[in-house]
Structures are given as structure tokens and as C-alpha cells.
Design a protein around this ligand. Structure first.
Ligand SMILES: [Zn+2]
Length: 485
């Protein structure tokens, strides 16, 4: 028969999820497992030989944990499950200490408000007190943050700090459901604070209207129990990961792109970090960001809700979570898979010989390819106003649009020739080296990559970048239909 080993116990069973066992009783199964995996004895039994409190043995869906059932014959076609108990929680696994839980009390309205949690055996009063005692930092009040902030506020997390530097724009409202039309141009943290107040006035909401950087991040996250990464760029991801490792704060990571999302937990009790999973970001400009590539509206709700769910499980200390794993969700074909993330002994942050010693000593711009190196510094750019003037004066210039087809469908740039970055070198002869050539993209990053690509290929004509891309230009030269004014 097969014995299914719950993920939290697999380290003691050679990391196997399933073990094939020859036995006819539960006692026989346990003897077989301990023979085969001697290490497992100490996790199954305590010093006096009794089965440990948090271990459950199921045959099919029948609880056979009690030793008076161990000599019954097991039907050979059933599966035996070895699970950690979830009833009553596992206080040692919670990131909130018993001392802090005991300091918390509820009033009558809270008992009513959180009744559905109190009904759950695994949460109950103790779990809800841990939730109230918890102090969580949410980095980003955008798409993922909208789901995470609202669910954690509704769940009763006692202290929520939200960090974001941005304002609410019209394009945000497609998936940033914490903000509404009347919040346009307001700071996102202010809009998020108002929504949270409407959900639950009794929680402490701390608005941090700032961009996370290596100077401020340690101060911002120190003293908190958990950080939830809801940002949308690689620089912030690595910075948050590293700061969490230095402060020994676990991190719930989430990311979305088009139809796909990822969730993982890093830096939990010395477990793997984000760098163990992804040692380096893709080169700047090569992969469009979520804001350039788009995302289907409910996707951040799905991924953010899973992040909030993982956060609550860590706080309460129940269930299995994504520590050392990455959940990948494909919302277009409804595929999900969980891949294992091993701790990398060579990781420059959490490995055996770390080379990153502090966030202030590490150059995140350089690491993420955001720093203008000497070649890039030599790239000259036009401001939107300068380009508009050249077009108005009918100068002989070539404008090359390197955006993707779906981006051009939203906003067409007239008089531009279209060459995707991948075809640039092959189609170099379409450009006139005696004429100024201006590259345009959405945000002015991929156009820099295009210019560098052409230069490396030996193109010698004058090349210019549209600074800030079409995002910076559309307000001054386009009508709503995308036509020239
Ligand atoms: Zn690491």
C-alpha cells in the first residue's frame, strides 16, 4: 500500500510524498517506516514512545491515530495518510508569540465581527488574538495590495502599515479595487487608508507615503512580524527580500504578469530567500513589466487573496504553507503547480559565504540594470516637447516604434515605422544613417535597449531615445483617440 507523507514531515522521509509500504496494520506501517527511515522515529514518537500530539494517521478518511486501532487489518487498496494535526493550531509554528497573544482582548462587537473565524476550530479565539496582535507591512497599494490590504483589514490584523509613493491614476482602476474614481490623483496610501477605515475602524493603519529604498527600508520594516511584497518591479523585490533577511522577518511574495501569477514565502526561519529562487532579474527592458505587459483584472485579486491567506496561516500557525515553495497559477488555462525552492548554499545573501552584507552596501540599480552605464549615458534623448516640435517643424527624422502589437492597438503613434526589438539588427538597413532616428516605447526603457542593440551591431547613424516614452508624451500631443492634435 501507499503511505502519503504530508509536506511538513517529508524531510524525515527522504523528501518523499509517497512511500510504498508492505504491511497489514497501522502498527506494521509505522514499524516499516521507522525501519526504512530511522530519522522519522523522533518526529512520530516522543521520548516515552507515545505518538506525538500533532501527528495524525488516517486510513482513507478515517482517523486511526489512537493506538487501540493499530492492530486492525488495513484493506490493501486504501491509502494511509501521515499528517500533522491542524486541530487547535500548532502554537510553535505561529510567528506571533503566546505572550503577545495573551495581551490581546476582544470587545463584544469584535466577537460578533469575527464570529466566522471563531467558529473555525483551527482559528478560534486564540488564533483571532494572534491576528489582532500581528503587525504586518504591505509594500505596494496597487493591484496585489488592493486584495491583501482589504482582506487582512477585514480579517482583523491589528496593525497594517502600507508603503507606496504613487498616486491613483485612471488606468489603475481596472484592477486596483481598493481605489475608486473619486480617489484619482490622491496618494494611494490615503485612498487605501479611507477604504480600510470603512472596513474596520479599530485596526491601526499606518500610511507610509514613500518609495522604498536602501536608506529607509530597514526603519520601515523593523519591529514588524511579516512583510508582504505587492510591488511590481525587480529592484523593489530584491530590496525587500534582502531587508527581510537582515531583519529576520518572513516575506510573503506575490507577482503577476498578464494571466500568470506567483506566490511564495521566503526568509522563514532560515528557509530559502527570493535570491535562492531567482538569483538575478532579467536584463532591464527585455521583459515588459506588469504595467507594460498588462494583466487580466481579477488576477491580482486571485494572487493577492492567496498571499493574504498565506499571511494569516503564518500568523495563526496552521496548515501547510508555501515556505520553500513557489505556487504558479495560470489563470488562462486554470493550471496551478507548486515547485520546490531549495535553499542555495551559494546564495550571496543567505548562503554559507554571503557577500551581501547590508542593503546600503548593495547597488540595486546596477544589479537590476537600471543604472546608466557609460554606453547608456551617451544615449541622447528627446523630451516629449522636443520630439513634438521636430514633428511639427516637419524635420527629416525617422521614428521607430519598438512596442508590442497590443500596445500599439491602444495608442497608435502616427508616422512611426514599427520594428520589434528582436528584428532590429536584421532590419537595420531600413534606417537612414544620415538622418536622426528616434526610438519610442511605453516608458523609455525598451527604447534604450533598442539603441544599445543597434550600436552593438555596428550601426553608426545618430540614435535618440524618447525620454519617459509615450507615457510622458501622450498627455501633450494626443487626443483620446490617439490621433495627432
Ligand atoms: Zn538565499
Amino acid at each position: 500500500m501507499n503511505v502519503y507523507i504530508s509536506a511538513t514531515l517529508r524531510n524525515f522521509f527522504g523528501r518523499n510524498a509517497k512511500v510504498s509500504v508492505t504491511a497489514s496494520t497501522v502498527r506494521g506501517v509505522l514499524d516499516f517506516l521507522i525501519d526504512e527511515y530511522p530519522e522519522s522515529k523522533k518526529i512520530i514518537f516522543d521520548e516515552s514512545g507515545e505518538i506525538r500530539d500533532f501527528i495524525k494517521i488516517y486510513i482513507g478518511d478515517e482517523d486511526n491515530t489512537s493506538s487501540d486501532k493499530w492492530d486492525r487489518a488495513i484493506p490493501q487498496d486504501t491509502e494511509v495518510l501521515l499528517l500533522p494535526a491542524i486541530a487547535g493550531g500548532a502554537p510553535n509554528d505561529s510567528i506571533i508569540s503566546d505572550e503577545r497573544r495573551k495581551e490581546v482582548s476582544f470587545d463584544d462587537s469584535e466577537v460578533e465581527r469575527f464570529g466566522k473565524h471563531l467558529l473555525l476550530r483551527e482559528i478560534g479565539v486564540k488564533g483571532q488574538k494572534r491576528i489582532k496582535a500581528a503587525k504586518v507591512v504591505i509594500a505596494g497599494a496597487g493591484a496585489l495590495g488592493s486584495a491583501v490590504i482589504q482582506y487582512l483589514a477585514a480579517a482583523g490584523v491589528g496593525t497594517i502599515k502600507v508603503v507606496d509613493f504613487d498616486e491613483v491614476f485612471l488606468e489603475n482602476l481596472q484592477n486596483q479595487v481598493i481605489h475608486t474614481t473619486r480617489d484619482l490623483k490622491r496618494p494611494k496610501v490615503a485612498s487605501a487608508r479611507d477604504t480600510v477605515r470603512n472596513i474596520n475602524r479599530s485596526i491601526i493603519f499606518e500610511a507610509e507615503n514613500a518609495r522604498l529604498d536602501s536608506e529607509n527600508i530597514i526603519d520601515i520594516i523593523s519591529g514588524y512580524d511579516l512583510v508582504i511584497d505587492c510591488t511590481d518591479n525587480y529592484k523593489a523585490r530584491y530590496l525587500i527580500n534582502d531587508a527581510c533577511a537582515f531583519c529576520a522577518i518572513p516575506l510573503v511574495f506575490g507577482a503577476i504578469y498578464q494571466y500568470e501569477g506567483q506566490v511564495g514565502i521566503f526568509n522563514l526561519n532560515g528557509g530559502p530567500c527570493y535570491r535562492c529562487a531567482f538569483p538575478a532579474p532579467p536584463p532591464a527592458g527585455l521583459v515588459p513589466t506588469c504595467s507594460e505587459g498588462g494583466a487580466i483584472s481579477p488576477l491580482p485579486g486571485i494572487i493577492g487573496s492567496i498571499q493574504a491567506n498565506e499571511a494569516l496561516k503564518l500568523i495563526i500557525g496552521i496548515g501547510e504553507h508555501l515556505d520553500g515553495k513557489l505556487l504558479v497559477v495560470d489563470s488562462l488555462y486554470l493550471h496551478t503547480r507548486i515547485i520546490n525552492i531549495e535553499k542555495d548554499s551559494k546564495c550571496p545573501l543567505c548562503g554559507e559565504h554571503p557577500t551581501i552584507t547590508g542593503v546600503q552596501e548593495f547597488d540595486y540599480d546596477d544589479f537590476c540594470g537600471l543604472k546608466e552605464n557609460q554606453e547608456e549615458a551617451a544615449i541622447e534623448g528627446f523630451t516629449p516637447e522636443e520630439l513634438a516640435k521636430r514633428i511639427e517643424d516637419q524635420d527629416s527624422i525617422t521614428i521607430v516604434d519598438v512596442r508590442e502589437p497590443h500596445e500599439r492597438a491602444i495608442l497608435r503613434f502616427p508616422n512611426a515605422i514599427v520594428i520589434p526589438i528582436g528584428q532590429l539588427v536584421r532590419r537595420m538597413n531600413e534606417l537612414n544613417p544620415d538622418q536622426d532616428t528616434i526610438f519610442i516605447c511605453k516608458q523609455g526603457q525598451r527604447s534604450i535597449l533598442a539603441i544599445n542593440t543597434l550600436r552593438e551591431a555596428g550601426y553608426t547613424g545618430p540614435l535618440y531615445n524618447l525620454k519617459g516614452g509615450l507615457d510622458a508624451m501622450k498627455d501633450i500631443v494626443f487626443s483620446h483617440e490617439g490621433a495627432w492634435l
